[in-house]
Design a protein around this ligand. Sequence first.
Ligand code: GTP
Length: 240
Amino acid sequence: EAGNGRIEFENVSFSYEGEPVLKRITFTCNPGDTVGIIGSTGSGKSSLVNLLPRFYDVDGGTIKVDGQDIRDLEPKQLREKIAIVPQKTTLFTGTILENIQWGREGATFEEVEQAAKMAQAHDFITGTPDGYNTRLGQGGVNLSGGQKQRVSIARALVRNPEILILDDSTSAVDVATEAKIKEALKAYAKGLTCLLIAQRITSVMDADLIVVLDQGELVGYGTHDELLKTCDVYQQIYRS
Ligand code: GTP
């Protein structure tokens, strides 16, 4: 299984109703890399990652995963490779267990527990009245924003993907816990490729690569140290 999860964007363009939001974006993520995506609000970060699970299709260019154009993959293959935690997380009325299993109903309790441990959710879950059988939502327990985000990350991990996309999914999680989640993802057995959108620059500084977007254009691509030397937009974000 090692060596899967390569992502290639080649000249990718995308627009909403004729309004260009991504302009000729080219970059590559190697298997197992953590790639940070940063840029001001409206720069196109969510649009970029939403192309991977084909929520939308490109207008121009190609996106390849493991060498194959994603438009040539069966929906099932795409779902097996890529898991996304969208910016707006949705949990439903049901138990924590059911919420994590959603999308992979066959997951065993052990698999759910392991995913929750990686997402740093296990400890607070076992602290709820009925643990994994605690009901959420109407008539049940209300989780904090950061706890909901961690359950959503566990939901993505239980699918055992090759590529994990976190769209601002740790914004409500404290910095120390976020660091533990990232450590766990690095240690993931399959060598997970991780795309990480963040507002906090500290969330992406240690990534293998950072993609900097500005008004739909890729204006920087490199490590933190490289970008500090070469990318004005990155410097501005770093200083602000
Ligand atoms: P933040 O999430 O605020 O940090 O922004 P982002 O960098 O993720 O940008 P995003 O990809 O969400 O948006 C890029 C541009 O596309 C912005 O100008 C948005 O207003 C626009 N946009 C986003 N979603 C839609 C949509 O569903 N329809 C239309 N017409 N425009 C959209």
